[in-house]
Design a protein around this ligand. Sequence first.
Ligand SMILES: N[C@@H](CCC(=O)NCCCC(=O)O)C(=O)O
Length: 261
Amino acid sequence: MPADHRLLGETAHAQPYLVLGDKYARAVKISAQAQPVMFPLADAAQVPQLLAQVDGVVLTGSPSNVHPRHFGEAVADPRLPLDEQRDEVTLAVVREALARDVPLLGICRGFQEINVALGGSLHQAVHALPGHLDHREPKEAPLEQQYAPRHEVTLQPGSLLHRLAGGAPVVRVNSLHGQGIKRLGRGLRAVAHAPDGLIEAVEFEAAHAFALAVQWHPEWRCWEDALSSAIFRAFGEAVRQRRARRLREARTFAAAPETPA
Ligand SMILES: N[C@@H](CCC(=O)NCCCC(=O)O)C(=O)O
């Protein structure tokens, strides 16, 4: 799971921290029944070696935005936070995980990172687009209201997400984002849309393993919601399948006779 790079503490004495949201780790632990791990201060060059040590990747949400230079644009609103150290690692993780069929779940910012890593782009302010909803959360409201279901999404029949939703054509989801998909990345299939047409979930068409990303927050009290639980349960199953395959391959390699010099 990625680390956010944040300054925490009183402004005059703020210090840099590496941050992972508790609700993401808890959803992996409880609903996916997997052990979250982080690689603090990892850099893009280490990604192949680090991915060989894990059986799945969850790219979490974050208040920070993916730097628009990754999709050829300038920053539209300099007041909004960025996290370029995170970008450098997660964009590499997306490409390597998909190339190696490492189970991949993207949430909110993680959904956007997957799209950008595959050559897609983002609207930097969805609420400023004619005919679009304001997908941002009421920031002054209590958390229960911020993460409450806010709008419907229509699910694509035949998609993994549609199956995980038990065939429901529409579900209600929470919404805590100012950015959204503009140009869809290579190999991605849009599998859920908001009422204003914004893409709200994608799947990677060529994936042989779990590869799903959603713009909303299924990690929020996921054990209370059928679709959220199903998403993390399916991710956890994919993680255990990869682990079993990895251990089988390791035993096979260990048992192989030494080739004569
Ligand atoms: N900054 C991006 C992504 C928004 C996002 O991930 N929000 C969640 C923040 C809090 C949490 O981790 O739950 C955007 O604004 O589109």
